[in-house]
Design a protein around this ligand. Sequence first.
Ligand SMILES: [Zn+2]
Ligand SMILES: [Zn+2]
Length: 646
Amino acid sequence: MEAYEKIYLLLGLLILSSCSPTNVNSNSTSFEDNNEDPYVTSLEVISKAKKNNYIVGESFDTTGLKLMAKWSDNIDDELYDGEFTISPKIFSKGDKNVTFTYEECSLDYPVEVISMDDIKLNNLRVDDSLIEKNGPTRYVNFKDKLTVEAINLDNSIEVLDNYIIKDNDEIITDSNYFVGAGEHNISIEYGDKSYKFTMFGNYSLIEAETKSNENEFFYTDLIGNGVMNSSGKEDTPRISNIETASNNTYIGEIAYGRGLIFNFYSNKNMKANLMLNASSAYTLEVGVNEDGTSSWAPTRAGDIYLDETFNCEFNNKETILSHEKLEGMEWTLDKKGSYSIFANWKLVNLGEFNIEKGFNSVKLICIGANDEKGNAKLANIDYLKVDFIDNNHIHKLNKIEGKESTCTTSGMNTYYSCACGKMFLDEQCKEEITSLPIIPALGHNLIWENEIGTCSRCGKVVNKEIVIEAEHNNSLSLEEFEKYKKTGNYVEIESSKMDGKNQGSYLGSIYKNDKITFHIYSEISQKASFNMIGSSNYVLNYDTDGNPKDIGDAEINKIFTMKVNGKQLSIPNDVCYKGQKYDKGGWDERFTKWENLKILDIDLKVGDNTIVLEFQCPSFSCPTHPWGGNSDMTINIDKILIDYLI
Ligand SMILES: [Zn+2]
Ligand SMILES: [Zn+2]
């Protein structure tokens, strides 16, 4: 067959398009026969690529290139990346063209290719700090994250975009490169210089957030129709306050007879531990709605065991799971019947498996037998983690010198770390550690004399008593309050009524829904007695002028709840500020009977400690105020005193 050729002179370049259309019947006498199927007659470059100079080892960059196919029926068609082939894939020494091929047509496009041997440098400077060396198997766009500079022989500096990146000696051609399982020795090469670093793909995570169509390397298939309550394909959690280990939606709940398949890709044969993050969803009791009907939401879950709950196949081969427990738990419901605690997530090991190059699958089907009430033993599934074990990797250790701890700062043992993420206490890699070998601060060694403790090591002086008085955020400007906070011992008040400024020198009267936080800075970890100077403000009677006349006793366990360092403590019921009678009216004369009461002993830790009092006092049947409205049982507070128990 005769070749059909045409020469185009375009953009000052001589670009040759050649076509040999086999779709044309060879018996046909003319290509112009209108009954023929249309075929491509030529390719044309409409605009040139941005980059036309390459070094050996690089691939053609189509950015800016506009390529048209001309058809025999006079229709022109713009071709996009992937529609036409480009050869060579990687430039070699001596290449002068790149060839585009579409249908039966080819077009040579001229480029300049320089050999690495021709480039001589003083140095190659690479900033790789934006590249995470160690982490899950993932895509990395190296050229986006690296800054590569050539220091030329004349010491001029040139920022490069045409360097070569190799992974274990193979040139990387994908701009978004998949860093798979195991060790990757990355080499950046330009001219006669190179720069190397090591990366690791340590694990793959198959999560609910990973939508099957967005990540070709890991996805889940569901077995059975509508098996997962939360299908794992939602963008946001179905229940807004759901607690999942991955802080987003979980994959869902596997019910009896149903299941799912985790699919994941490995770029090599290697061993891996398959870790499943799951929780029991085996409901023993459900909650009750406000109207007395039963809620859908469980309040109590039973224990389930991995081997009794799942049938597991790895790469279509049945495998025996361990008798590991996923503990059930009590669930608290809020008034609307929603969960406030959702699930007791636990990372359990399904076992060590031989992962094959290519796709692998883990199939889990719930076989949890029904109990006497007919409830299947369910499980919630959050994610599957494939922990790769790279036996061929030899650790390259980096020594991190230890330091001793002092009274107030923590120290660290000497340890060794490898780029693979593992850490060891010894150079022989025998004692692996999973967290930094921190030595806690020693704490002061106080010798007490006359209510003053002096540290035998550093000389720090500590008073036995800490007093926090009536200076607080409401009475100070923002600037003053910031300064006050730096003293370490201060009060924060969330209240519309309490205001030390208006009330004089005491903190104020505290009413329902007020909140007060005392911050105590402690130099030592020690038990302490928490004392509060206060008075009852519980009005029983008013005089004719509307001033309080009789004041009742204020039992503080009925007035506020108390949290120390976030933990709720119950206040003893025998702590009570005594009320009093006022014979005469007049504000100053009747006002107030201060008492210093010990509330309870508390545990202080080194640093900031918080004591939160939240006032909740119920409305008592107090007399109607002459000016209208009822009084609540309230309390006046002046200051608190903290005494170390030594
Ligand atoms: Zn290592
Ligand atoms: Zn000390």
